[in-house]
Design a protein around this ligand. Structure first.
Ligand code: HEC
Ligand code: HEC
Ligand code: HEC
Ligand code: HEC
Length: 146
């Protein structure tokens, strides 16, 4: 074998050796406990507090809004889509929820967008459709046609 090939093989061997040591040292203990990920990650994620509580919990106290909402096109929307996560508010009513009156709230879902299907969520052109007015002066956010 020519000398330069031997030297090259030696360099490769050292490189592979370093990689094997690093793999040994840096791989977390619970790696591959269940599959190709850290097994401990499951417990870590499960121990975090859920921040969204779902609209059924809101209806316990806000029954009139929940009822209005159930009569219109926004029936399937989660309250927390517009008001932010509710986990602190359901325990302590003094913890304020977000109220956004900005049109951007509505346009997030209803703005004209060629990439989303028009037959599922109705789209409007924000400039042509009542330019300059707040959406909620004409549409009730809980029941758009009320
Ligand atoms: C599409 C967004 C949207 C959704 C979904 C939504 N809200 Fe609202 N909500 C608003 C906006 C915007 C206002 C402010 C309305 C105003 O000032 O005219 C508001 C106001 C409120 C208020 C305070 C004023 C009032 O009317 O008493 C409460 C309480 C409230 N929402 C609760 C809820 C609950 C409970 C749900 C789910 C059943 C819900 N909201 C779903 C957008 C939304
Ligand atoms: C344990 C009862 C209770 C639950 C559950 C509850 N709320 Fe409230 N909420 C209240 C009370 C009381 C107020 C203050 C009412 C007022 O000032 O007219 C309030 C006020 C609000 C407001 C007005 C802004 C503010 O913070 O004062 C919004 C928006 C709101 N709630 C949304 C929600 C949403 C969304 C949920 C579900 C994630 C929810 N609430 C669950 C009792 C509750
Ligand atoms: C998270 C997405 C989302 C947000 C935010 C949202 N909407 Fe909607 N909206 C929907 C869906 C879904 C429907 C039901 C499908 C439809 O009719 O387009 C709907 C229906 C409507 C309709 C009835 C359209 C029809 O079919 O007659 C109006 C009007 C409307 N929304 C206005 C608003 C306004 C005003 C806001 C802001 C306060 C708003 N929406 C915020 C998703 C959203
Ligand atoms: C001056 C009152 C007014 C304002 C402000 C207004 N709308 Fe409307 N909107 C209407 C009326 C009336 C209709 C039904 C006739 C039409 O389609 O133009 C409508 C229709 C819609 C529809 C259904 C469109 C369809 O294809 O059926 C959506 C979605 C909607 N508006 C969302 C919004 C959003 C989002 C805003 C804020 C950027 C907004 N509107 C501001 C009065 C208003």
């Amino acid at each position: 074998m020519p000398l330069q090939v031997k030297r090259l093989l030696l360099v490769f061997a050292i490189f592979i050796g370093i990689m094997l040591v690093l793999k040994y040292v840096l791989t977390p203990d619970s790696w591959r406990e269940y599959g190709p990920y850290r097994g401990n990650a499951i417990g870590e994620i499960a121990s975090q507090q859920a921040k969204y509580v779902q609209k059924e919990s809101c209806a316990d106290c806000h029954d009139s809004i929940a009822e209005i909402k159930s009569l219109g096109e926004h029936i399937n929307l989660q309250c927390e889509i517009c008001h932010g996560p509710g986990y602190q508010h359901v325990d302590d009513e003094n913890f304020k929820m977000e109220i956004t009156k900005n049109n951007a709230l509505c346009l997030r879902c209803h703005t004209k967008n060629a990439a989303s299907p028009k037959n599922i969520i109705k789209q409007i052109d924000a400039i042509e459709h009542n330019e300059g007015e707040e959406c909620i002066t004409c549409h009730n956010p809980h029941q758009p046609w009320l």
